[in-house]
Design a protein around this ligand. Structure first.
Ligand code: SF4
Length: 170
């Protein structure tokens, strides 16, 4: 269990470090604003797991819609102009887990901020970028130091890992 928690923490930190570079390479979708009715949202009881990639995670909610199961990631705070790359990758990993768990590929997932929701298309390109990122993480997880990939103090200010990160700005 400790191993999984640690893996998840490293996974999340790596999302933040790598997101800039990956976004440039992958041309991540920016997301479109949608309206969602939270009454239909079902909480997820236990984490989803996909052994082939050693990937695990628990979306905040799953929605059944038009024969699809759509993952929802809830973020505290007001929405940025466009979802952060780290949030997009996190949601993409949930889309992948939903597909592998239920055998039903979601065409999109939802990032829910306090004041706005974004639908993120789960494209083949996004899936490939995620799989590449996971492979990069595996290469880097044995390294002692992984360099920060950006120079944006504002990002570090909002980052949930600043209390454990020795590379934070500001
Ligand atoms: S505090 Fe800054 S450098 Fe550290 S993980 Fe967060 S965003 Fe990256």
């Amino acid at each position: 269990m400790l191993y999984i928690s640690l893996a998840l923490l490293i996974f999340a930190i790596f999302f933040f470090w790598q997101s800039n570079r990956q976004r440039k390479e992958a041309g991540l979708p920016g997301g479109r604003v949608i309206y969602t009715d939270t009454r239909g949202w079902g909480e997820v009881e236990k984490p989803l797991f996909y052994a082939a990639l050693g990937l695990t995670g628990k979306p905040d909610y799953l929605i059944e819609k038009s024969g699809q199961i759509i993952p929802v990631e809830v973020k505290s705070g007001r929405a940025p102009e466009a979802p952060y790359d780290s949030h997009i990758y996190q949601l993409a990993s949930y889309c992948l887990l939903v597909e592998k768990t239920y055998g039903n590929r979601p065409s999109y997932g939802i990032i829910h901020y306090e004041n706005r929701d974004f639908a993120i298309e789960y494209t083949k390109e996004l899936e490939s970028a995620l799989i590449e990122l996971l492979a990069d993480m595996r290469v880097d997880e044995g390294k002692k130091d992984v360099a920060r990939s950006h120079d944006q103090p504002s990002r570090c200010k909002r980052c949930g890992f600043r209390h454990v990160c020795d590379q934070k700005l500001a």
